[in-house]
Design a protein around this ligand. Sequence first.
Ligand SMILES: *Cc1c(COP(=O)(O)O)cnc(C)c1O
Length: 352
Amino acid sequence: MRRLVRACYTGAGGYSYAKKAEDVAREHGFDRVARLASNENHRPPSPAVLEAAAAALHGVNRYPDERASALVEALRRYHGDYRFVTGAGMDGVIETVIRTVVEPGERVAVSTPTFSFYGIAAAAHGAEVVNIPREEDFSVDPKKFVDGARGAKLVFLCTPNNPTGNSVPVEAVEEILEGLDGLLFLDNAYVDFADIDYRPLMRRYENLIIGRTMSKIFALAGLRVGYAFVPAWLEPFYNRAATPFALNSVSMAAAAEALTESERVQEARDHVLEWRRRFAAEVPLRVHPSDANFVMIDVAPHTGDEVVERLAAKGVLVRSCTSFPGLGNHAIRVCVGEDWENIRFIEAMREL
Ligand SMILES: *Cc1c(COP(=O)(O)O)cnc(C)c1O
């Protein structure tokens, strides 16, 4: 029956997941493994968030609010008066945006090397995916970017970028917005760890979407909550294209509560900034500058895959960058975890 499956799924391809911590622990005989491969927040949600989720569980015989009103209200309190759309993770938002604006066969451009899901989702929708390579130092040249995006209906730019960690300055994004034919999706999954704010651009450009997630600094990766700032004209069409009830009521309630905990967010940020600095100072290899909760490290002449294996044998789980198209195979990506995880990682790198 395999012949019934689309060709894009019978070959290789698809999203590439990190190894499971339980598997690494079993394989190498560790009680616990340092989980630094998935850019998560190591600290579990607060009691108040857990209570909000538990309270919502009592009502799950009902469908969730399709307008996500309580979450959108919480977003307005947190960010100010913008238009928001929501989805099952930012991944869900990305898929819905593609569905809203791209006809099969139309062009979608992606600034690479970057997060792989933009290209995967666009190709699954039948789009022609065009890669716009970044410069040698992973910066983005606005003129080259606009040239590369010619004819694209939708363009993805990740800043701070996963996995390289660097940000694109606001002025460069503005230059891109001025020159672009299509819509720019600016992925801000890691912006809370940077000192940069793209939100004011929403007031001036009609061709900008800013994607955000509750999975990183807000510590809700398992609940799958994402959202985006959208121009007013897009909102009704996005809602028409969206999967009905994509965002469940438990996740929404937890996310709305988490958005009130600014002190916790600040603590998470301080922790990341402190360890990001220590990674750069104490790992005896080239650590790329980062504005995110992870760093990319050049491990040449070793390959990323080889270093991932050797670190796994020392009870440390990190991500090889080999699966990021356009990056070669000499880099790993490591996120900041709990103190003991970070220390174990630094020690393991020194022993390598
Ligand atoms: C983690 C991540 C996302 C998606 O997060 P969700 O868990 O789907 O909300 C989107 N973009 C980038 C660059 C990411 O690293």
